[in-house]
Design a protein around this ligand. Sequence first.
Ligand SMILES: [Mn+2]
Length: 342
Amino acid sequence: MSSITALRAALVPGQQIVITTHFNPDSDAIGSTLAWQKYLIKKGLDAIVVVPSGLSANLTWMPGAADILDFENILHKVQIEALIQRADWIFCLDFSGMQRLHGLAKWVEAARCQKVVIDHHLDPEDFADYYYHRTVAASTCELIFDLIQEWGDGDLIDTEMGSCLYSGIMTDTGSFRHPNTTAHVHEVVAALINKGVNTNAVHRKVFDSASLQRLQFMGHVLANRLEYLPDYHLALMWITEEDQKQFHSQPGDTEGIVNYGLQLAGAIWSICMIQRPDGVKLSFRSIEPFAVNQFAATYFEGGGHKNASGGRFSAGGLAEAKEKLLEVLPLYLSEIKRVKNL
Ligand SMILES: [Mn+2]
């Protein structure tokens, strides 16, 4: 593994760069890849962004989003395979586990070029040649800003790049309220505002873009699919396949619903279970210092950040997943009590 400083000298104008990110790319994934692409292009490199699955509608406003190649789009797939095979570098942003690339993973793994990981998730896998990896960073967008600064190119960050970066910083900090919101996060944002970023406009584009059906879907979940388990200080939500059909739920529509559970007075964590065709998908959120990534990893084939994790349950449907949860909850009772009494 080489130092990130050595990387700077190894990037040469004219080289072909593929930048990629995780499946179901969120605002940090798309914001960081697009800003990094713009930076590399300004440095004279030929950079393209490739994603394992498409963008949700609230991210398509980002400058450059229309040119992103989507591996799930059959018209893009062959082009992506060719680009990866002839790339000089592959940049992996906002993920550090190969499986998060889904179908794209085998192509990236097989690529003989050098790979670079820029990420803030825990436990990075050892597959790349260079790492700019800091778990103290709230977002990959923050890391992109820091790296460009470290390389002395802060002046190259323009308003468009700044809007992309702000979008990822804003969402990964839960609009600056999660415990990962450091003084440095606010310093980076101050710099971006000085670059001309309209923070209010970015916020509206990302968050105030729901369809009527999505709002009604959320209303349905909160009214009929939310329960509170006071002994465990846990807000539990579940979404059936019928719910998703009834409200014509689109990919991304269930995003963030889990956060509502933490608004309940007394709740220190929230779980949302969603029935998918291939099993139950789980989202976990918690307040400091209760770690949900361990819980997700131990019982639900998952993991992630300390206070925001994901998981899966493949041994049955929602009823079985809930049964499993109720079975393991007592094991956490003392930890929950400890956190509650802090
Ligand atoms: Mn991120």
